[in-house]
Ligand binder design. Sequence first.
Ligand code: NAD
Length: 259
Amino acid sequence: MRLKDKIVVLTGAASGIGRATATLFAKEGATQILSDIDEKGLNETYKLIDDNAKARTKIIIVDVRNQDEVKAMIDLTIEKFGRIDVLVVNAGVVRVGDVESFPDSDLDLLINVNIKGTHYTCKYAVPYFKKQKFGTIITLASVAAHIGQIAHANYCSTKAAVLGYTRALALDLAPYNVRVNSVSPGATDTPMLQSDVAKQAKDRGLLYEEVKREFEQEGVMGRWAKAEEISTGILFLATEESSYMTGADLRLDGGWVAR
Ligand SMILES: NC(=O)c1ccc[n+]([C@@H]2O[C@H](COP(=O)([O-])OP(=O)(O)OC[C@H]3O[C@@H](n4cnc5c(N)ncnc54)[C@H](O)[C@@H]3O)[C@@H](O)[C@H]2O)c1
């Protein structure tokens, strides 16, 4: 088991990539604090975790936009386990639309969850990482941080921010023996991507399947990733198999950027 005795904190665990990562990490022996804003989804994730691992899994409702809630999650982890070995900063949202009609409320949401939420999650964990002098942080950037996507200007900018944040934090924490890396998934079959495609189809007067096909053709592999194919990359960054990686981005994009 590659994460035996490791203490993991993971945000956005109620769905998609977060759920796949939580279930994989559970199989790999991790002790986990799983959080999300979505209580129902979080309970479903918990049910998917095999019975042996349930005893080392705790779920907690956290809105990453709320500093008090994020702090409580980190404090709880330290109180119960005394340390954090792996922090997976996964919670995120997408909003799609042309810039001229993009609602301010959607822009605020993107900034508050993707940028500020990433920062708050790291902010409250960093003092413990510095003190313990080990650990690894994994953020979720995106292929959208590397290329432009139609009708995604604001999503792309928030994910580019995550990439920059990750690189800079890696420099700050390197003297403390703490590694910080990001993962950049391409089109991954989760509720997020499905809602993104549905919205684009509606806005452009196309069928869902037509927009889906466009996304599938973006990578050279001609298909979407399964969430499990992203979680294995996150696992790699969580273990000592990636011991010489920091400030790096692991692109799991089916060849999208290579095209
Ligand atoms: N699916 C893709 O194609 C894709 C591609 C690149 C990057 N990503 C990134 O991967 C991460 C996971 O995305 P996913 O595809 O699994 O999406 P998803 O929508 O399936 O899951 C995201 C989770 O984040 C949670 N969340 C949203 N706002 C929150 C908040 N304020 N506080 C706490 N939790 C909150 C949601 O409830 C949900 O459970 C995101 O950061 C996303 O931007 C996804």
